[in-house]
Design a protein. Structure first.
Length: 272
């Protein structure tokens, strides 16, 4: 279990042990901070060296904020939700392929996205200076829509990864899933407004219900390769991802993200 806070990770580990009765050594808590490329690299190096196999990698970490801040060379949500997420994926894909070959199995790489990506019009896709140059300009940033946009970028990238490596010739299933709005307590519940509390009561899924999508996606077969999953099944992503315009935008996002990843670690995109 990769966590930014070891203390909170250990708390989660104890809660899981108490609810399941699993042995103490069933769960390991490792430090990972997606706002730091060095932390991502260190985690991936340890995982590849210490774990005999990786059958499922669920990338669930993400941040949401309406405040502008920087992490590494991007606005924070871009670094955490997009660049570091796929940096980790690229770093561990060789281990997933190794697992497939050695154990005659088919591992899964699951990116946790959000149904909020349906709400984005993505006007930045046509920015003459480039998508990320525009998104990294604080004077142009629409922070109220930045989290949904970061999730849309994930959708584009997963779809292109699958297009580049079709299921029939690739030993790893790469998919994406939406756990939905879950009343997990992330960010705290005490400071929620009355309206927010009512909305959560009406609309939010329990963590157990939301987790079903994660378990389903991490164990689903090659028919889900490159697919957006919700309610434990394949669903159509936002219409902005479809058609000629969608494909053109997908390739632009793909090219810019890969260029950023190559600057972080030259040659890394060959890991796909």
């Amino acid at each position: 279990m990769a966590v930014r806070s070891i203390e909170k990770g250990e708390d989660a580990k104890r809660a899981i042990q108490q609810s399941t009765g699993c042995e103490p050594d069933t769960i390991e808590v490792w430090a990972l901070d997606l706002s730091s490329y060095a932390s991502v690299k260190a985690f991936a190096t340890s995982a590849a060296a210490k774990l005999p196999r990786i059958d499922a990698l669920i990338e669930n970490a993400g941040i949401a904020s309406v405040e502008w801040s920087m992490a590494e060379d991007n606005e924070s949500m871009l670094t955490v939700n997009v660049i570091s997420t796929f940096l980790l994926a690229y770093l561990l894909l060789p281990k997933l392929r190794e697992t497939a070959a050695h154990y005659n199995t088919r591992p899964n790489l699951t990116i946790v996205t959000s149904d909020m990506h349906y709400t984005v019009d993505f006007k930045e896709k046509d920015a003459p200076e480039g998508i990320f140059s525009c998104l990294n300009n604080p004077k142009k940033a629409d922070m109220a829509n930045r989290y949904p946009l970061s999730k849309l970028l994930e959708v584009f990238i997963v779809r292109e990864m699958a297009a580049q490596r079709p299921a029939e010739s690739y030993p790893v299933t790469i998919n994406m899933t939406n756990p939905g709005l879950c009343d997990s307590g992330l960010g705290g519940t005490a400071t929620r407004s009355l309206l927010a509390k009512i909305f959560y009561f009406i609309a939010a899924r329990t963590c157990e219900v939301g987790s079903r999508n994660l378990v389903y996606s991490a164990s689903a077969g090659p028919e889900t390769h490159g697919q957006y999953l919700d309610r434990c099944g394949v669903q159509a992503p936002a219409t902005i991802t479809a058609g000629v315009v969608g494909m053109k935008t997908q390739r632009k996002v793909w090219d810019e993200v890969n260029a950023k990843l190559e600057k972080i670690q030259p040659g890394i995109t060959e890991n796909l």
